[in-house]
Ligand binder design. Structure first.
Ligand SMILES: Cc1cc2nc3c(=O)[nH]c(=O)nc-3n(C[C@H](O)[C@H](O)[C@H](O)COP(=O)(O)OP(=O)(O)OC[C@H]3O[C@@H](n4cnc5c(N)ncnc54)[C@H](O)[C@@H]3O)c2cc1C
Length: 414
């Protein structure tokens, strides 16, 4: 059989799955994409929409341990942990905290840095060939510190980002006001990620990428995958809600739900979720020229084509707990503090970042079935890393030399 005759099934039509499908298709494979929801409608919908090639510093960081008691007390904080969930998932939480050790964090920074250095090239190649560049806006990204103390405490991380090749311009409070005159004049300083850019509508972009995949002969199936089993002929049997499918290979790109498929072909990797929220201010996109990250508040405010979106915070409470209104009120209060002209609050959203305890994604081959591949666990930066992940998966499947060494992202590292 030629590769054009062997069907590959990509599970999950978020940013990561769609990029895997496109890279495989463009290398000559026959590809089917399956999702129980509309493409780009889950975590890849409600994010802060930044293309964050600079984002190599993980949340689990020495500062997290230092600030943990302060961060966890009260609703007015960027981090929230459900005590019930903490008790249920204690080993995962301890593993996540263990990765706050300096040597572990430096390993993660190197692993993320290697992916991020190739992220823009890999994604832009798909965006251009799928003609979605009108949904990209390039004005850099601002990242601001609320106090002199937090600005000076950030210097180490600024250096670490520069060591990974990230272009950064340090800016004063006066320059912040010149770039973003509607911001309250309270920030002592910040940084401009010169190469940062944004999507003005992540869901529309992913839907158009999917349409381009379909126009070029790809198939999209609207269904939920429940199981994945080995067949006696070495192929894979995929059980869905309504019927069975067969494929030569399966790529699991189902975000925070990637380990929920039964059948024994998936390694028991420690995937969990960092929940995050957004609040829309539909009439206020005009208040910012570019995404603005608020380091101390744990969120970004981004001007999109349908309003201003404030997105972020981290909540450790699993996939099933109800949305926490306190988190949404916190986000609204931060926006009103930093953008006093913000008007009426619009819709809100809860999303599920797929997160591994070491804050590195899983990109590799199953140890349980050589035709099952993993592309998940991109936590805070899956919009940015979708393209490079798709490219690496295609190289792995075609047994080509990979753009970077995949060892740090191995499913067997735990
Ligand atoms: C508040 C917030 C802000 C963020 N901001 C940014 C940002 O600015 N920049 C950035 O790069 N990243 C950001 N992120 C992270 C980014 O959104 C995620 O890393 C990314 O969306 C993950 O993409 P994905 O394709 O892996 O998952 P998803 O987008 O969740 O897609 C997974 C898909 O798999 C499908 N699926 C699951 N199980 C099954 C099944 N059994 N059968 C069929 N289909 C299935 C789901 O329906 C879903 O469509 C943010 C996240 C949050 C929560």
């Amino acid at each position: 059989m030629t590769k054009a005759q062997e069907n590959n099934l990509v599970i999950g039509a978020g940013m990561v799955g769609v990029c895997c499908a496109l890279y495989l298709q463009r290398a000559g494979h026959q590809v089917t994409l399956i999702d129980q929801h509309e493409p780009g409608s889950q975590t890849s919908f409600g994010n802060a929409a930044t293309f964050a090639s600079y984002a190599c510093i993980p949340v689990n960081h020495p500062k997290l341990i230092h600030n943990l008691p302060k961060l966890m007390l009260g609703a007015d904080r960027p981090l929230s942990v459900s005590p019930l969930y903490l008790a249920r998932r204690l080993p995962w939480m301890l593993n996540f905290l263990r990765h706050c050790r300096r040597d572990n964090v430096d390993h993660t920074i190197r692993g993320l840095g290697a992916l991020l250095r190739h992220a823009e090239e890999a994604s832009i190649a798909l965006f251009q060939s799928s003609q979605v560049m009108d949904l990209i806006k390039r004005q850099g990204t601002l990242y601001l510190y609320a106090t002199e103390n937090s600005l000076s405490a950030a210097q180490d991380d600024i250096k670490r980002r520069r060591d990974q090749g990230v272009p950064i311009t340090e800016i004063t409070s006066r320059e912040i006001q010149e770039l973003e005159p509607h911001l309250a004049p309270t920030f002592p300083g910040g940084i401009l990620f010169n190469d940062g850019f944004q999507l003005i509508n992540p869901k529309a972009l992913i839907q158009r990428l999917t349409q381009s995949f379909i126009d070029d002969g790809g198939q999209f199936i609207h269904n939920k995958v429940c199981s994945l089993k080995n067949m006696s002929n070495g192929r894979l049997k995929i059980g869905t809600d309504t019927h069975d499918l067969e494929a030569k290979r399966v790529i699991i790109a189902a975000g925070a739900w990637s380990t929920q498929i039964s059948g024994g072909c998936i390694d028991p990797v420690p995937l969990d979720t960092e929940r995050g929220y957004h609040v829309m201010f539909p009439n206020d996109a005009r208040l910012l020229n570019r995404p603005v990250g608020l380091a101390d508040a744990g969120l970004y405010i981004s001007p999109l084509d349908n309003g201003l979106r404030a997105a972020g915070t981290v909540e450790l409470a699993g996939l099933n707990a109800r949305p926490n209104q306190g988190r949404l009120n916190y986000i609204e209060s931060v926006v009103r503090r930093v953008l006093p002209e913000a008007g009426a609050r619009g819709s809100d959203w809860l999303g599920f970042r797929p997160t591994m305890p070491d804050s590195l994604p899983v990109i590799g081959q199953s140890s349980r079935h050589s035709s099952v591949f993993y592309a998940f666990g991109h936590h805070h930066i899956g919009i940015t890393l979708g393209g490079i992940t798709g490219k690496l998966i295609q190289q792995l499947i075609d047994r080509e030399p990979t753009t970077i060494d995949l060892a740090p992202y191995s499913p067997n590292r735990f």
